[in-house]
Design a binder for this molecule. Structure first.
Ligand SMILES: Cc1cc2nc3c(=O)[nH]c(=O)nc-3n(C[C@H](O)[C@H](O)[C@H](O)COP(=O)(O)OP(=O)(O)OC[C@H]3O[C@@H](n4cnc5c(N)ncnc54)[C@H](O)[C@@H]3O)c2cc1C
Ligand code: FES
Length: 308
């Protein structure tokens, strides 16, 4: 057994694939499941040489002692996890829960908006608002019908659910900001909108609610390194202040966030990220080629049986 296998401690109990790029992992971690609150995230290391990546706790079950992550394979680490994380395998490290939990009490009517992968992290908040007695309107957006996931989980905790698809193959044709408009038109007494998804989507939601002066909370996803407020990597501009998303957020006032700055910072390492994923996939192809060569060179295990 290698060192990394010996150190592995966080067992993956279940995996589901929602699409070619999106998958969920259910991980055994009773203490994390007990401590987790909606809005928090973890830092994950796949193996001892892996990079540390932040992922939102998309669900937790205190009785089963599990946490659920929903991941989109966008680059080296998330693709490597997609390839290697299976039920019965282990994560090297899972640190958290991190970040300030979302504030869920004292609201009478809220709209919870999730776009694409953002649908997963908005789920614990929608459920938390419901548990605290709010009337919850869910607005979920996907590019197309076949990418929809967790609709049943939202139906169970939302009083109303507005599904939006870019191509109109399910629900209303349009973006989540159209869904938010529709919800606001129907309900003039919304206390708060919470939106999670790509920065452009969160910005569009914040601009939709601004003229109505409805408090709008967004969950920011800047590049994080340590997740403890030490490195400054996750710096974001909110109004006149500079905040660290890992310790001051990730939830912030969407009407105050400088989305342009966030998007600029997110794209800063695009060159290195491209190189990392290229190197990793070349390495995978080389390993596959080595394995194929080994198999060709190896004696045919059926030779004896067949008398060759
Ligand atoms: C608080 C928070 C919660 C997140 N929750 C989720 C989640 O639940 N599911 C999910 O799939 N993704 C989530 N992300 C984004 C996820 O961390 C990145 O997709 C991941 O780090 C990409 O790594 P990579 O090596 O696969 O891709 P790379 O090719 O390295 O990067 C692809 C893109 O991901 C972003 N990214 C890269 N490294 C980091 C990093 N260290 N921290 C943050 N973003 C990074 C950048 O925008 C980059 O352009 C979250 C990010 C933050 C900050
Ligand atoms: S990730 Fe280092 S300060 Fe936030």
């Amino acid at each position: 057994m290698s060192g990394s296998q010996r150190a592995a401690r966080f067992e993956i109990l279940d995996r589901q694939d929602f699409s070619d790029v999106t998958y969920s992992l259910v991980i055994r971690h009773p203490r994390m499941a007990k401590a987790a609150r909606p809005g928090q995230f973890v830092i994950v290391m796949l193996h001892e040489y892996g990079e540390r990546i932040p992922l939102t706790i998309a669900d937790f079950d205190r009785y089963a002692g599990t946490v659920t992550l929903v991941i989109q394979a966008v680059g080296k680490t998330t693709k490597e996890m997609q390839q290697t994380c299976k039920a019965g395998s282990f994560l090297h490290a899972l640190v958290g829960p991190m970040g300030v939990p979302s504030s869920l009490t004292g609201r009478r009517k809220v709209i919870c908006v999730g776009g694409g992968l953002g649908v997963a992290p908005i789920f614990p908040q929608a459920r938390g608002f419901k548990e605290n007695g709010a009337y919850v309107i869910g607005v979920l957006g996907f590019r197309t019908r076949r990418l929809i996931f967790w609709q049943d989980k939202f139906e169970a905790c939302c009083d109303e659910l507005i599904l939006c698809t870019d191509d109109g193959s399910a629900g209303i044709k349009g973006f989540v900001s159209d869904g938010v408009k529709r919800a606001i038109d129907r309900h003039r007494d919304v206390d708060e909108v919470v939106a999670i998804g790509p920065p452009v989507m969160m910005r569009a939601c914040a601009e939709t609610t601004r003229p109505h002066a409805i408090k709008t909370v967004v969950s920011l996803n800047p590049i994080m390194v340590d997740g403890t407020g030490m490195c400054g990597g996750c710096r974001v501009r909110v109004g006149d202040a500079v905040k660290f998303a890992c310790v001051d957020g990730p939830d912030f006032d969407g009407h105050q966030v400088d989305f342009h700055d966030l998007m600029m910072r997110l794209g800063r390492y695009a060159g290195q990220e491209k190189t990392a994923v290229q190197r990793w996939s070349e390495n995978c192809r080389m390993k596959e080629a080595d394995l194929a060569a080994e198999l060709l060179e190896a004696a045919d295990p059926f030779d004896e049986v067949l008398g060759g």
